[in-house]
Write a protein that binds this ligand. Sequence first.
Ligand SMILES: C[S@@+](CC[C@H](N)C(=O)[O-])C[C@H]1O[C@@H](n2cnc3c(N)ncnc32)[C@H](O)[C@@H]1O
Length: 267
Amino acid sequence: MTRADLSKRATEVAGMFTGVARGYDRTNAVLSAGNAALWRVATVRAVKPLAGERILDVAAGTGTSSAALARTGATVVAADFSPGMIAEGRRRHPELDFVEADAEALPFDDDSFDAVAISFGLRNIEHPLVALGEFHRVLKPGGRLVVCEFSTPPVLLLRVGYGLYLRRVLPVVARLISSNPAAYAYLRESIQSWPDQAALAGWLRGAGFSRVGWRDLTFGVVALHRGRKPLARSSRAATARRRATRPAAAERTEASAPNTPSTATTS
Ligand SMILES: C[S@@+](CC[C@H](N)C(=O)[O-])C[C@H]1O[C@@H](n2cnc3c(N)ncnc32)[C@H](O)[C@@H]1O
């Protein structure tokens, strides 16, 4: 069975998720000791969807995160690039609109969504800064971004305990219940090499989001980051400022920096 490594090549990541699609939600519930459901509730509250709004759930997987958003009466588009996850999602949630799409090149118009949400997806994207740029592009001015992702518990003792859980407990449980335990070795590596709360907030600001902040869930095992696409005038000014201070080529190089452990904090 396939597993991705920290280079997060798109074909490997998509293939790995296709391989675990069937048992994905059950394994999640067990490994998170039931907390996954609470994290979803917190994510929906952070997005604050209104009936009639158009919301994009990126890296939607089997659609569990999208279904929670759709229950509020908003119109939700569930986008993912793993055919296996989408097939499982369509089977479970025929009511949802699934689109096979790469977060780094979204097939949607500029300024077309009221909110973009991504749950446990950004960490798996090969070039997360490019994806953040895409989220900014497809959001309407004033639109909200919410990122729910594993993070770094700020208290040392908890950080050490969580590290032990990831190294010692998670592999054993994954061997018992998952069809592809190797995929969960990737999960541990990708969590431990993911930027901490402050660093991720910096990425959001760098992508042009304003009013950036975060809230720790389960003592910082997960963090909910939020940001806004500035309203039109300030957005145009920010884009002009970015263009004036950085040559286009340098901007592209930075934006496409791969998702490498060099940005890591330990957990
Ligand atoms: C851990 S699952 C999260 C699924 C769902 N959001 C949830 O909370 O259960 C991560 C998902 O990210 C998707 N993914 C990773 N990189 C992607 C990319 N570049 N574009 C679209 N989806 C991507 C994978 O296919 C996988 O379904």
